[in-house]
Write a new protein. Structure first.
Ligand code: GTP
Ligand code: SPV
Ligand code: MN
Length: 595
């Protein structure tokens, strides 16, 4: 058995998986630069990776065209009772699912190396951090985990002989017969993919996909689905939220945690460059927040990740300059286009498109069908520490105190630019009824409106009705120290498809209004849906925007809101008895206010 492993449970588990999956060899990762470089060199050699001439220590991968995003339809919360998983999760009983998956895992690593990745979600010394061990047959996953989490010997040391860890088993599901030539992105067909969570046992089994949240199991699987179930049991919170620090010209700090669905602006907001004078923004995290109540009675948040796995298309010096500077070196790019000069490119990058490139499928671009060069869910993987505006406290073990929660989504109509909850429970109602148009971050239809409560619909590891109750309970425990709650929509469009709000850096104006609300400085008007900025209280100095657009962005269309009520009722009804009465009360109150 591998020498560095002293933990009994881990030793046994490695041996069990080795026997089941039958790899050619087993390798325990040490997390070193040398290890990363060796694996990358092997992948360049095999043709799986392309070294970029124009970017230091950076590589491009092209996935199989069928394996380009998370697969919500193939994602399971497997609990003894279906009611524990609730109506928003796919469910199969643990025995049945394990039997199906064991058949798939049998011999699935033949011809490949089995990598054991010890990783920590959260700074290793943080009281909030958790240790996971991912076993995978994908060297691409190993390199990505190096960036996205804290990997290696330090983690095994912390684990010790008897420490607890979350086992995360992953296989791309593509064994190699003797002499069989490998492809550049091996994976299994969609009907064989399974992303399974045995939440009662803190266990993850993933099969068949090598992409993003399906395969980097520390992220959505551990840090959200498993962690949300643990957080419910243990009285803390695991949320799909960015964390940022905003500092006012007077030097006052505000910490904001914001939940938007996938591909709805978290990375962009987390690295925002304020366009308003004197305000400063720093990034603590761009996707996930783990939050606990500290002895001071306030909610403190850590970012459990160590890197960003960000959407590439649309990222430019114009929209997100801090991300552009972050990805200058040591980056992994997946499904971006390759320019003739040896750099990556995607739609929405600054300047003119290249005259010729190789698209994400490896073909000459542009092509006759006018297809995009980069896949819409093309991503970069990069260390958070390289972000020029990373907050100096981003790895503080106890986290940062949260002042403001923001919920939001992508809605072309109806939802105004910003509004504030009347109180915390009303804020929970806003989060619970949040809605958004679907994006390419999941394989499935794009642009369909769906309820995505707290941006957690694909990530809540237990019954969403119980999750709503947990939010209300946390509010009760926090009392007057609970964060203030706001709702935003950067994505309003005119009937001819133009963005009504410029977004990106200009979103700082909206955040400033929130901070001034917290301080009792900015004025709001009461409306049926919540508190909206009083005209003039939103700082629009220096912004070229048509007054009619502002009017439209802050308008409430009563009839359209009334039409939302039956849909929220239907959404809530699926939780039956598990829907907290408080949310029924909040819905009724909204209905009454709408008249
Ligand atoms: P995940 O990583 O999937 O969780 O996504 P995310 O929430 O971090 O979204 P991200 O910041 O990567 O943004 C996704 C897309 O929305 C990108 O194409 C952005 O350019 C676009 N976007 C982000 N912020 C804004 C905004 O304020 N206005 C507009 N119009 N588009 C935005
Ligand atoms: C998301 O879809 O919310 C992501 C990308 O952050 S993935 O890691 O693939 O889940
Ligand atoms: Mn995300």
């Amino acid at each position: 058995m591998e020498k560095p492993v002293k933990n009994e449970k881990l030793k046994n588990w490695i041996e069990e998986v080795r026997q089941l999956c039958a790899p050619d060899s087993v390798y325990v990762c040490d997390g070193s630069k040398k290890e990363y470089n060796t694996l990358m060199a092997q992948m360049v050699e095999s043709g799986a990776a392309i070294k970029l001439k124009k970017r230091k220590n950076s590589f491009l991968f092209r996935s199989d065209p069928s394996d380009v995003a998370r697969v919500e339809d193939r994602t399971y919360i497997s609990t003894p009772e279906q009611a524990q998983a609730g109506p928003t999760n796919n469910w199969v009983a643990p025995d049945e699912l394990k039997a199906t998956m064991k058949d798939l895992y049998k011999g699935c690593m033949k011809g490949r190396t089995m990598y054991v990745i010890p990783f920590s979600m959260g700074p290793i010394d943080s009281p909030i951090a958790k240790i996971g061990i991912e076993i995978t047959d994908s060297p691409y996953v190993v390199c990505n985990m190096h960036i996205m989490t804290r990997v290696g010997k330090k983690v095994l040391k912390k684990l010790g002989k008897k420490g607890e860890f979350i086992p995360c088993l992953h296989s791309i599901g593509a064994p190699l017969e003797p002499g069989q030539k490998d492809v550049s992105w091996p994976c299994a067909p969609i009907e064989k993919k399974y992303i399974s969570h045995f939440t009662d046992e803190n266990l993850i089994w993933s099969y068949g996909s090598g992409y993003g949240g399906n395969a980097l199991l520390g992220k959505k699987c551990l840090a959200l689905r498993i962690a949300s179930a643990m957080a419910k049991r243990e009285g803390w919170m695991a949320e799909h939220m960015l964390i940022l620090r905003l500092t006012s010209p007077e030097g006052k700090q505000y910490h904001i945690a914001a939940a938007f669905p996938s591909a709805c602006g978290k990375t962009n907001l987390a690295m925002l460059r304020p366009t308003i004078e004197g305000w400063k923004c720093e990034c603590v995290g761009d996707d996930i927040a783990w939050m606990k109540i500290r002895p001071d009675g306030r909610l403190h948040a850590i970012n459990p990740e160590a890197g960003f796995f960000g959407v590439a298309p649309g990222t430019s010096y114009d929209s997100n300059p801090m991300a552009m500077d972050t990805i200058k070196k040591n980056a992994i790019f997946t499904n971006c286009a390759l320019t003739d000069k040896g750099d990556v490119w995607w739609e929405g990058m600054d300047g003119k498109p290249p005259r010729h490139a190789i698209d994400w499928k490896g073909r000459d671009w542009p092509n006759e069908n006018k297809e995009v060069a980069a896949h819409a869910n093309a991503r970069f993987t990069v260390p958070a520490s390289q972000c020029p505006v990373i907050c100096e406290d981003w790895e503080k073990p106890e986290g940062v105190p949260i002042d403001i929660f923001v919920f939001g989504g992508r809605r072309a109509g109806l939802v105004p630019l910003v509004y504030e909850a009347y109180n915390f429970n009303h804020g929970v109602f806003m989060g619970a009824s949040a809605s958004s148009e679907t994006t390419t971050a999941n394989i499935g239809a794009v642009g369909n409106l769906r309820r995505d409560p707290f941006a957690m619909q694909p990530f809540c590891g237990y019954n969403m009705g119980d999750y709503f109750r947990h939010w209300l309970d946390m509010g009760d425990r926090l009392g007057d120290k609970a964060p203030r709650v706001f709702y935003v929509n950067w994505f309003r469009k005119t009937s001819d498809g133009r963005w009504l709000w410029p977004g990106f850096g200009e979103n700082s104006r909206v955040l400033k209004w929130m901070c001034e609300r917290v301080d009792g400085k900015a004025e709001a008007v009461q409306t049926p849906i919540g508190l909206l900025p009083k005209l003039g209280s939103l700082d629009l100095k220096g912004l070229k925007i048509d007054e009619r657009d502002i009017h439209e962005l802050l308008k409430i269309d009563m009839d359209a809101w009334k039409a939302e009520i039956p849909d929220i009722e239907k959404h809530f009804a699926q939780f039956g008895d598990r829907l907290p009465d408080e949310l029924k009360k909040q819905l009724k109150a909204l209905q009454e206010r709408l008249g």
